[in-house]
Design a protein around this ligand. Structure first.
Ligand SMILES: [Zn+2]
Length: 462
């Protein structure tokens, strides 16, 4: 499976070069514990209403200002940051998610297997959102970590038929109805972007290229939505705050530098505004200001794991690894379900250069890998721990795992080979080294990285 996942991007890129206009704005996938949690809170009830097992549906966040959401290669939901930014209410975002879930439920993505090129490379993306700030001055390093624009450009090539669109609308409305939620958001979202129907195909947002919008469609949506909304329970205040916090975080971390000041003037004393300003100060390397602002946030919500995560991040990135430990530790205590938070804490522990911290870091990284086996950055950090402990065979194996999940088969093969020489074959680690060698062996790899899959051409419905 891992091999297949890693072979496909090469194909996708090769085909793409011949045919597809790219979205220049796509910068890759991003990870963030808080945003992922909120999107889960929004989506999981809808997945359940669709008869899907939420843990089987992967949600990916694409850093791209354009408006888009799509499903690909089975149960994979991709949401552009542009969509989150454009959603005016939680109902709108949930409405789009419900519609996309409708495509999954309707099995509409079977012709989209080629999109797996992008899905397959998501294991590249294992660092938190803040890492973007870290790599701001090193675009090549960021690209290596976050994948290439081509893979995401591929996504905009697909197009649903009008019949599929109506079906997904109706499914989506049913899921909203089942969960007792308003359906007005889906209708108002479409209404808000109705003007795109009049635009030429190339000027439309990608969402409206793949999901054709029409007056008939909006009319049909609105008719049924009104009845569902009449019976619905209003969204909680917390749900609205969640959307505002996601937007503040995205503007702070990935928006143009001046946007925080224009969107969140200092007169705005709301929690999201303070959050955006704290992040903006951190991004501007004004450590003192960012710490003051994040301390204010923590004073307001001491139990918010993500405020502690941010403070830990600010301290760590400003070279204060030991000082960052208490906040990262607190974030893990408050949200133990997130692998990303554990990796943060482990990285800080490793950064103290104290041998006594290494054992704790190792345990955290093992836990993180248990939660996300393909988290290549966790493997990378584990390799550092093992090397420091003098466990060279284990370190080589962890490096092989990292390379494997990053899709670098040549490096995986080299390090698995080194690990196998040092480890006893009868042990689980020795066995694993052997497995990775077999999986990454150039002789087993398809010629040119993609033969054998070349008949998997992209079947779009143009
Ligand atoms: Zn659609």
């Amino acid at each position: 499976m891992g091999l297949l996942k890693n072979v496909l991007p090469a194909l996708a890129t090769a085909v793409l070069a011949l045919t597809a206009p790219l979205t220049a704005s796509a910068q890759g996938l991003i990870r963030d514990a808080e945003i992922e949690q909120i999107l889960r809170d929004y989506s999981d009830p809808l997945f359940e209403a669709a008869g899907l097992k939420p843990s089987d549906v992967n949600i990916y966040i694409v850093q791209d200002d354009t408006l888009n959401a799509f499903v690909a290669a089975g149960q994979n939901l991709f949401l552009h940051t542009g969509l989150i930014m454009e959603a005016r209410t939680p109902e709108e975002l949930k409405g789009v998610i419900a519609h996309e879930t409708g495509h999954i439920a309707g099995g509409h993505n079977v012709t989209r297997e080629a999109a797996m090129g992008a899905a397959g490379n998501t294991s590249l993306i294992t660092m938190g959102l803040g890492a973007l700030a870290l790599f701001a001055g090193a675009p090549d390093a960021a690209l290596a970590l976050f994948g290439s624009a081509q893979q995401f450009g591929l996504m905009t090539m697909f197009k649903f038929t009008r019949v599929e669109e109506s079906a997904a609308d109706q499914y989506g409305l049913s899921f909203l109805e089942k969960t007792g939620q308003s359906a007005d958001g889906l209708a108002s979202f479409m209404e808000n972007f109705r003007y795109q129907e009049l635009m030429s195909e190339s000027r439309r947002d990608p969402y409206f290229r793949s999901h054709p919008i029409s007056s008939d469609r909006i009319a049909a949506l609105s008719r049924r939505a009104a009845g569902i909304t009449a019976k619905s329970t209003p969204q909680s205040e917390e749900t609205a705050t969640q959307l505002a916090m996601m937007k503040a975080k995205l503007v702070g971390f990935i928006g143009p530098a001046n946007r925080v000041a224009s969107r969140y003037p200092t007169t705005d004393q709301s929690l999201p505004a303070k959050y955006a300003r704290a992040i903006a100060a951190y991004r501007a390397v004004d450590i003192k200001a960012s710490l003051t602002l994040v301390d204010e946030l923590i004073a307001i919500e001491p139990e918010n794991p993500y405020f502690h995560e941010l403070k830990g991040q600010i301290l760590f990135e400003s070279g204060r690894a030991a000082d960052s430990i208490p906040d990262h530790r607190r974030s893990v205590e408050l949200a133990p379900q997130h692998a990303l938070l554990k990796v943060n804490l482990a990285r800080s522990l490793i950064g103290t250069k104290e041998d006594s911290d290494l054992a704790e870091a190792e345990g955290l990284l093992q836990d993180a890998i248990y939660l996300e086996h393909d988290n290549s950055f966790a493997w990378n950090q584990l390799a550092v721990v093992y090397a420091r402990q003098g466990r060279i065979g284990d370190a080589d194996l962890a490096t092989a795992e990292e390379a494997y999940y990053r899709g670098d088969m040549a490096r995986a093969f080299v390090f698995a080979n080194r690990a196998r020489d040092k480890l006893t074959l009868e042990t689980p680690n020795g066995q694993r080294a052997d497995d990775i060698m077999a999986l990454s062996d150039p002789r087993n790899r398809p010629r040119g990285g993609r033969s054998g899959l070349s008949d998997l051409s992209i079947q779009t419905q143009q």
